[in-house]
Write a protein that binds this ligand. Structure first.
Ligand code: HEC
Length: 230
C-alpha cells in the first residue's frame, strides 16, 4: 500500500500539467479547507491505542494532502521533487516504476485513455525510428523490422492498408482504425498478418507510456501512402 501511494504520487508529479488547474471547484479555498478537515477527521492519529494504524493514517494523510496540492496546481520545486524521487526509489525498483507508467495490454482501457490525449506524429516518428527512447531508456526498434518488407508489413501505407484491407476482414468488422493499431502494437499475437511470421515482440505494452503510444498511433495514422502490389 505504501509503495502504491508513493508510486502514484510520483507518477502524478512526473506527469504534472503545464498549466495550473485551479479552476476546479474542489480547489477553492473553502473547499480545500473542508476536504482537509474531513480527511483529518477520518484518518485519526491515535498512536496510543493503535500505533500501526496511526502510522498508516499519517502516511495516507501526507499522500492525500500532496495530491490535493498537485491537483490544484502546486508545482513542487527541484528539492521537493528530489526528496520524493529518493523516497520512492527506497521502496520501489526501477522496474516497478516503469510498470506503473506503462500502458499495459488492455486494449479497451487504452482506447478509453487515448480519447483525452493528443498524439504527436513527429515524436511518434522519432520513437518508431529508435531516435527517441521508450520507457526504461531503450529504443523501440519498430523501423528495424517495418522498413524491410521481407520481415514485416511496410511502414509506408500502414494507414491505407488497415483501412482498405484489414478492416474489411470479417473478424475486424467492428474495429476502428485506432483499435486495430493499438491491438497490433500491444497484443501483436492476437492477429498475425498473412504471409508473415509471428516475430513482433509482445513487450511494447510494458515499454510505452500512454502518451508515447498516442504519438506512435498518430505517426502511423500519417502513413496513408498508396499501396504497392497488395
Ligand atoms: C522483430 C520485428 C518487429 C518489430 C521490432 C516490430 N514489429 Fe510490428 N510487426 C512485425 C510483423 C512480422 C508483423 C506482421 C505479423 C503480425 O501481425 O504479427 C507486424 C505487424 C505490425 C502492425 C500491423 C500491420 C498491418 O499491416 O497489419 C503494426 C501496426 C505494427 N506491427 C506496428 C509496430 C510498431 C509500432 C512497432 C514498434 C513499437 C513494431 N511494430 C515493432 C514485426 C515487428
Amino acid at each position: 500500500m505504501k509503495r502504491l501511494c508513493l508510486l502514484l504520487l510520483t507518477v502524478q508529479m512526473l506527469a504534472l500539467p503545464a498549466v495550473a488547474q485551479d479552476v476546479f471547484v474542489g480547489c477553492l479555498d473553502e473547499e480545500l479547507t473542508r476536504q482537509q478537515e474531513t480527511f483529518a477527521g477520518f484518518l485519526t492519529l491515535d498512536f496510543e491505542n493503535d500505533r500501526d494504524m496511526a502510522l498508516a493514517n499519517l502516511f495516507r494523510l501526507g499522500a492525500i494532502y500532496q495530491s490535493m496540492a498537485l491537483d490544484c496546481g502546486y508545482q513542487p520545486n527541484h528539492a521537493e521533487v528530489k526528496v520524493m524521487l529518493e523516497q520512492v526509489l527506497d521502496y520501489a525498483s526501477l522496474d516497478d516504476l516503469i510498470a506503473a507508467q506503462s500502458v499495459g495490454a488492455d486494449v479497451d482501457e487504452i482506447l478509453l485513455e487515448l480519447e483525452t490525449i493528443y498524439g504527436d506524429p513527429l515524436t511518434g516518428q522519432l520513437l518508431y525510428n529508435g531516435l527517441e527512447p521508450a520507457l526504461g531508456g531503450s529504443p523501440l526498434g519498430c523501423a528495424g523490422c517495418h522498413e524491410n518488407e521481407a520481415i514485416a508489413p511496410l511502414t509506408a501505407g500502414t494507414w491505407t492498408r488497415i483501412n482498405d484491407i484489414r478492416l474489411n476482414l470479417r473478424q475486424f468488422a467492428n474495429y476502428s482504425q485506432r483499435q486495430f493499431l493499438v491491438e497490433s502494437i500491444v497484443r501483436p499475437m492476437d492477429y498475425i498478418t498473412p504471409d508473415y511470421a509471428a516475430v513482433m515482440p509482445e513487450f511494447y505494452g510494458g515499454q510505452l507510456t500512454i502518451q508515447q503510444l498516442a504519438d506512435l498511433v498518430a505517426f502511423l495514422d500519417s502513413q496513408d501512402q498508396l499501396l504497392q502490389g497488395e
